[in-house]
Design a binder for this molecule. Sequence first.
Ligand code: SAM
Ligand code: SF4
Ligand code: SF4
Length: 334
Amino acid sequence: MTVATDLFDRQLRDLRVSVTDRCNFRCTYCMPKEVFGPGYEFLPRDQLLTFEEITSVVGHFVARGVKKVRITGGEPLLRKGIEDLIGLIANVDGVEDLTLTTNASLLARKSRALADAGLDRVTVSLDAMDDETFQRMNDVGFPVATVLEAIDIAAEAGLGPIKVNAVIKREVNEHAVVDMARHFRGTGHIVRFIEYMDVGNSNGWRLDDVVSADQILESINAEFALEAIPPNYPGEVANRFRYLDGEGEVGVIASVTKPFCGSCTRARISAEGTMYTCLFASSGTSLRDVIRSGGDLGATIDEVWGKRDDRYSEIRSSNTARLSVPVEMSYIGG
Ligand code: SAM
Ligand code: SF4
Ligand code: SF4
């Protein structure tokens, strides 16, 4: 195996695979109803990569240095037979860490099958502990209790420790920071607070809406004292902090205020098989076309990664204005 490196010497180490662009939530920061309404046209089924195509793509990435694979979406558990795909990817030699990010709406009933198929862990998205705020954010009236129940069931099935992702938006769910820290302290699950990002075109992002990681940490620290701890591995996206009283840890993902492009080793594949080298890319390369025309998938990946010079967040920090027209989060998968 040779590890692919880009123009800034960043290795190809992680792959995020979106398996559907559809979702049963309409989170206001991701798929606002005004844009993703009844008339919205999602990808037709025959445009999606098949499970065999996804598995072949994963194999080619692993041969170039990828060790960690994350399945995402849209809502990945909406993809029919997802556990079969997990089984296929888990059997690819060299995949050391296979995870999935979900809104947990279908997790309770699928946890056992996912774990049996070889999924290592799940990340669950939850933005508040109170129904009023959470339902306003998911915009489909989905209750907090069902997510919490699914987290317990997933942990029992062996998919823990569970990371719980919370996107924090000013004047929307700032109060959720301390609520969530309090709830998940001592449970073994790890909350990771994410700065609200300017991804996609639909969420009407403004810098004023971002609650910085420093502000998030300050409000937790005022209730429960924290100290920084080292990353689990070089290039970890979340900055880690532990509670001084030994009740576990939290993370913050400061993609806006402290960008980490310098250590970004992630490639992304959309549900229709387009490879993106940055979350904020406005265009990608269709691996589906390469596969379906009998082309050389490995050579294509080498070429795309070899030319990679993305560092959107670092450039945006010194700029604050938007730089390009990025693809939607629900399409590329976060
Ligand atoms: N539907 C699944 C879920 O919500 O977990 C997986 C896909 S979702 C696009 C992946 C992650 O992206 C979620 O944790 C979500 O909160 C996060 N996300 C979506 N839009 C975001 C934004 N504008 N800023 C920061 N995070 C965002
Ligand atoms: Fe769906 Fe996840 Fe986007 Fe929410 S964040 S709309 S659950 S894809
Ligand atoms: Fe990686 Fe692009 Fe995010 Fe920078 S902006 S960390 S290059 S995905």
